[in-house]
Design a protein around this ligand. Structure first.
Ligand SMILES: [Zn+2]
Ligand SMILES: [Zn+2]
Length: 473
């Protein structure tokens, strides 16, 4: 068995809706070109997960439409052939989208009858193994979808979920209207509704870095009822972590337990049915790839600049929002520490948002040294002795109340994007809490014009390329 899913960025989804949903209440159609993100073994389902990433919307032009009514549409298919041709040249899969103005969030008998022929056409044009997706959109913007694997009546499988990511994150899946009947989550449903509980249960969230901030994010997500969590960190618990690492005990430091194991244990012991998978590895380790690709959202809680570089790229390539969190405490040199800065930051990256490089949050010199330390420790030590490496000074100050507050800020940003409690423009792409001044700021930053990640859509949804996260020309 394989799981299939689809992700749009909000911009494309809005363009699609504007084309399909018109005042005349008639059916319209469009094609999507999608690249693929293939997870060999999904960490939770233990099977292949194929995620399709929408890279382009191709509306079927009005002049190609032969008949369009509230319950029917037919159009000349030369635009379909064009889309197939473009898809074949770019390693993409074509999806056909049409709307059901009547509100039917399902495929009609007519869709069932027509679509095998469309797949047959695609097989004839692009050869064996070609698949197509089909999506239905209702007037309220909901979607359901399926993938055609064989040109027979039953040759299709459902899409387990369709995601739209952007200032809001919306999830479309079959059982969204059902109630999650767990008393532990009743009180939050009173605030935010049943649908949020369902969404949280459905979500797959990665947490990269399980220190003070990451462990707090993990425990908060577990108590909210997130269904699937993956923890990634290659560090062990030591005594100096015990002031802020949620769940860690002296015995964990004595046993030199990996942080991910400790946090996974704490989550499991809550008994809230959260499926948690720990990875005792650096985020860029190929061992983590399947798990990262299977995630809907990732929290970046690492102070490793090279790890941030990796996530910064991943967010755009895989249409996966990354909520990156950082704390900086700067103290003077006096005998009694004197706070010069106590700044916390929650930054969301991914399509439609300025990346961490353009925001100058990643220090590329430190990132290069951290990469060197991992890849060539001898050379790193040599340069360190010659004082040629950056970013390895005294341990940085850290206080649990601030790391935990930042975790709350980051998780609340996710809650808003899912549920919308802050209203239409309530999202914050970058928020800095200046604890020592008791104020919040939202420093804005435009993409650098030449940034390959955030300045244009070219790399959005690139998905799998070899080498991993490399450029495609
Ligand atoms: Zn239909
Ligand atoms: Zn950028």
């Amino acid at each position: 068995m394989t799981t299939y899913s689809l992700t749009f960025c909000a911009e494309d989804y809005e363009a699609l809706k504007a084309h399909l949903i018109r005042e005349d209440g008639c059916e319209r159609a469009a094609y999507l070109l999608c690249r693929e993100a293939r997870t060999g073994i999904d960490p939770w389902e233990r099977q292949v997960h194929e995620k399709f990433l929408v890279t382009r919307i191709i509306p079927v032009p009005d002049e190609d439409i032969e008949e369009s009514t509230p319950a029917h549409i037919s159009w000349r298919t030369h635009s379909f052939v064009q889309s197939l041709k473009e898809a074949a040249g770019n390693d993409q899969v074509v999806a056909i989208v049409h709307n059901h103005p009547t509100g039917l969030l399902a495929f009609s008998p007519q869709d069932d009858a027509n679509e095998p022929d469309l797949l047959q056409g695609a097989l004839n044009r692009n050869g064996d193994g070609t698949r197509i997706l089909s999506i239905v959109l209702t007037p309220d913007g909901q979607m359901t979808g399926r993938i055609w694997l064989h040109p027979s009546k039953t040759g299709h499988e459902p899409l387990s979920i369709v995601r739209v990511i952007g200032p809001r994150i919306t999830l479309h899946y079959p059982d969204r209207a059902t109630v999650l009947d767990m008393p532990a989550f009743h009180r939050q449903a009173l605030a935010f509704g049943q649908a949020l509980n369902r969404d949280l249960r459905k979500l797959r969230i990665g947490i990269v870095g399980c220190g003070g901030t990451g462990s707090a994010v993990a425990m908060l997500l577990a108590r909210l009822g997130i269904g699937q969590i993956v923890l990634i960190d290659n560090d062990i618990v030591d005594q100096t972590n015990l002031n802020r690492l949620h769940g860690a005990r002296q015995a964990d430091a004595d046993a030199m337990r990996p942080k991910v194991e400790v946090v996974a244990r704490e989550i499991t012991e809550l008994g809230l049915g959260v499926r948690v998978t720990p990875f005792d590895a650096w985020v860029g380790n190929p061992l983590c790839r399947d798990a990262l690709k299977a995630c809907d959202v990732i929290f970046g809680c690492t102070d490793d600049h090279d790890g941030r570089m990796f996530l910064n790229r991943f967010a755009y390539y895989y249409l996966t929002p990354v909520i990156d969190i950082g704390l900086a405490i700067d103290v003077g040199n006096e005998d009694v520490p004197n706070i010069k800065a106590l700044d916390g930051r929650v930054t969301v990256i991914g399509p439609g948002h300025t990346c961490l490089l353009c925001r100058e949050i990643i220090d590329t010199a430190i990132a290069a040294d951290q990469a060197l330390k991992r890849k060539n420790p001898e050379e790193y030590d040599k340069r360190k002795a010659e004082a040629y490496v950056f970013g390895e000074g005294n341990p940085s100050p850290a206080v649990v109340t601030f790391t935990t507050e930042l975790a709350c800020m980051g998780v609340n940003e996710l809650l808003h994007r899912l549920q919308g409690f802050r209203g239409p423009d309530g999202h914050a792409a970058n928020r800095v809490r200046r604890f020592h001044h008791n104020e919040d700021r939202r420093p804005g930053r435009h993409p650098r014009p030449d940034c390959p990640l955030c300045a244009s859509k070219d790399t959005w949804g690139t998905g799998d390329v070899d080498p991993f996260l490399d450029r495609i020309e």
